[in-house]
Each structure stands twice: as C-alpha cells, then as structure tokens.
Ligand binder design. Sequence first.
Ligand code: GLV
Length: 330
Amino acid sequence: MAATAKPAILVARAVFPEVIDALRQHFEVDTNDDDVALTPDELTQRLQGKVGVLTTGSERVDAALLAACPQLRIAANIAVGFNNFDVPAMTAAGVLGTNTPDVLTETTADFGFALIMATARRLTESEHFLRAGQWNKWALDMFAGADVHGSTLGILGMGRIGQAIARRGALGFGMKVIYHNRSRLDAGIETELRARYVSRDQLLQQADHLILVLPYSAESHHAIGAAEIARMKPTATLVNIARGGIVDDAALAAALRDRRIAAAGLDVFEGEPKVHPDLLTVPNVVLTPHIASATLATRRAMAQLAADNVIAYLTEGRALTPLNPDVIRA
Ligand code: GLV
C-alpha cells in the first residue's frame, strides 16, 4: 500500500536540528537554513500548499498572507509576544495561532535585571572607556552610578515576566516595588511579590529604575515618549525588554543626551534590527540586540514548544498554548 504523503509545513527561520527532526516525524518540512528573513512575498510563496508554519517576530501573519495561503491551519510563533500576528484575522480565517509563554519567563526576567544593573552601574559605558585606553587614573566619582539595592523599582506591565522581575527586586535586592498594569493583581499576589499598585503617573514619578514589560499594541505605541520621560526623576533609569515601538526612541535619545534621565537600557527597538542612529551616539545607554530570552536552554524550549503546538494541533486537533482557542472549538 502506498504511504500517504505527510502534510507539509514551513519553518520560517533556522531552528535547532533536533526540533526539525521531531517535526519531520510527522510532516514534510521546508526549512530556511540560510536564516535570511523572508519578505512577505517570499513567505507567501513558501507557504503555498503548507498547513503549518513556525514563525518568529520577523514574519507577519496578516489578512493578506492568510488570503493568499488558504491551506494554512496553524502559525506557531517562537516568541511569547505575538504582535506580528493579526489574531482577529487569523480567527476569521480559521487559522490557529500559538506563542511560547512560561518557558522563557525566568530567563527573560534575569536579563531584565541584568539590564537594570548594567544601566544603573554604567557597565558598558565604563567598559568602552577602558577598552579605548582612556583609563589612566582611578577617581572617586569615576562612573559613579545609581544604587539598585534599596531603590524603587517601577514595573510597567505586570504579567508573568513583570512578576518574576518584581520577585527578584523585592526579595533579592530589597527594592520597593511599584507597578502599573491594565488590571491590578490579586491582593495575595501583591503581598507575595511585595508590590504596590500605583497609577501610571505615580509610576513615572516615583521609580528610580523603570522597566517596561508590557505587550506591544496600538495602545502601547510610544507609551513612553517625551512627555512621560519629563515626568521621571532626572536620576532615574529606563529599561525596555518588551517591544520596540513602546518607547519613542528619538525622544529617548534626546532625553538621554540632555540628561533629563540618567540612563537607559534597551533590548528592543522600533524597526529593529535597525537602531535609531541617535541612540548610537549617546553614551548613557546600554544597547543589546533583542536577546532577553537568549539562553540556549530557553531558546531550545521555545522552539520545541512551537513545534509541539504544530504537532499537537495537526495530528490531534489540540494545542498547548493557543492564542485563539475558538479556532479549535469551531
Ligand atoms: C521575545 O521578544 C518574545 O516575545 O519571546
């Protein structure tokens, strides 16, 4: 008896070989071994006849793509954020979307803290100074930064990652934790995290170190711009590990240049991998290339979870971390 052809899927970016092997047990797998991000047209072409796709934040799944790929049934994002998915359009087209929550929470919170520390203590600025051969004497105020321990940590966005950062701040560094979120946490969780709910304005005004951990949406676009920065303490630092576009990068660069706040740490940028040129010329900013979840173990777990979602949905009609579960029930 002739073997039935396996359904075809695309893995839009290079992922770990063991994940591809797991997928190949169930599917014909088209891969992008060069790892060059596909243009929307290339993605549409490569998806012809495919029922599933593993994406990253670089690939958009929107109404135009869905209309051109009628066989598609699932798009599994290898990221917890999914602002590259038009979820209502996917639901309307009957395409399931999945993301990778939980597996990256602690790793990403570690990195958030690394950026808070590096920003407050001027880590990269001082390293550049040393590497440039400019260190010829020790001085009492040399690269004097701001204390992290005992200071006030402000968290904008209090989901899983925000809470993991709060825990580190309160329990590890004796920080006073304040937060703002669309919805307030249960009193029990606030007590456990030692976190106090404040208004967005109070958060801006009171934080010594403000970290952004909220999802990107039309509502959070440029949530931090010149007006918000003006409300912050001149000694404050700002860290963004959420998404580019939440901060107005041009306004931030101007504020850093004029020392309206002390420093910033940025892992994400509007229009990345391009970085606003003004940010590259100010010294008091720590810049990293969207690596908050980048440990090998976590990146493997993210890719595996995306693959497991595709396997579970296409072989058994269920998903582990669905974004639009109505598609499964329909
Ligand atoms: C990374 O930015 C993610 O959303 O997982």
